[in-house]
Design a protein around this ligand. Structure first.
Ligand SMILES: *Cc1c(COP(=O)(O)O)cnc(C)c1O
Length: 227
């Protein structure tokens, strides 16, 4: 059994190799370590091995870990689905949210963001594979929501996030990722400060880096399988 440190280094090496292959050496590609369902001690180990960005999906679990690990200089990302009546803990504890897909949630997050904290960094989630039951805006809805979020004082719009439908064929995998890159580049014409395209997980990180991801969200490859 390899250690978390070894697996983190392997994940980073995969990102670096994919970046080299894509001619993206020197560009910033952040490894977001997805620690949902894993204990705080595993996060500490990954932190000591150099990880700084961690992603959580479940609110209470995430807030508990933020409290437990407050001695560490971690950047916390909320990446799970969020109900509009549960926004306050995200606004008060996290640095980023990747899963905003409705104005009502954005408005509440902005209102609830404490004045003494930097604006909450936001990615809009896009339902890029047009799946029935998935969260995320359609590409059509994106420009309007982006304009609304960009105007909210407690938020800082950073970019887009997607979870493409599982796809074993690499060409098909890349098509959805390429559509995201196109949406991102189009949106950036109006908002040049956008810098984050959050896509790629343990199984498709190479394809995501090839298609322009700037932040890959890696869980299983670092922390092992989840129950
Ligand atoms: C769980 C999760 C991940 C990590 O997935 P792995 O396949 O374990 O790497 C990434 N993004 C989101 C939104 C997730 O919920």
């Amino acid at each position: 059994m390899s250690t978390i440190t070894e697996r983190l280094n392997e994940a980073q090496a995969r990102i670096d190799a994919a970046a080299a292959l894509a001619g993206r050496v020197g560009e910033s590609i952040t490894l977001l370590a997805v620690s949902k369902t894993k204990p705080a001690e595993m996060i500490r180990e990954a932190y000591l091995a150099g990880a700084r960005d961690f992603g959580e999906n479940y609110l209470q679990e995430g807030v508990d870990k933020i409290e437990t690990l407050k001695d560490l200089d971690i950047i916390w990302h909320f990446i799970g689905p969020l109900q509009s009546n549960k926004t306050r803990p995200v606004a008060e504890h996290f640095d980023w949210i990747h899963s905003v897909d409705r104005l009502k949630i954005a408005q509440r997050l902005s209102e609830q963001r404490p004045d003494n904290m930097a604006p909450l960094n936001v990615c809009i989630q896009v339902n890029i594979s047009a799946e029935q039951s998935k969260s995320g805006v359609t590409p059509d809805q994106l420009p309007e929501l982006a304009a609304q979020i960009a105007a909210l004082p407690g938020l800082r719009l950073r970019g887009l996030m997607a979870i493409p439908a599982p796809e074993s064929d690499p060409d098909r995998q890349r098509q959805a990722l390429a559509r995201m890159k196109h949406l991102f580049d189009t949106l950036r014409v109006g908002y040049p400060s956008l810098d984050t395209l959050s896509m790629g997980m343990s199984d498709d990180l190479e394809a995501a880096v090839a298609e322009g991801s700037t932040m890959v969200r890696i869980g299983t490859a670092i922390f092992g399988t989840r129950k």
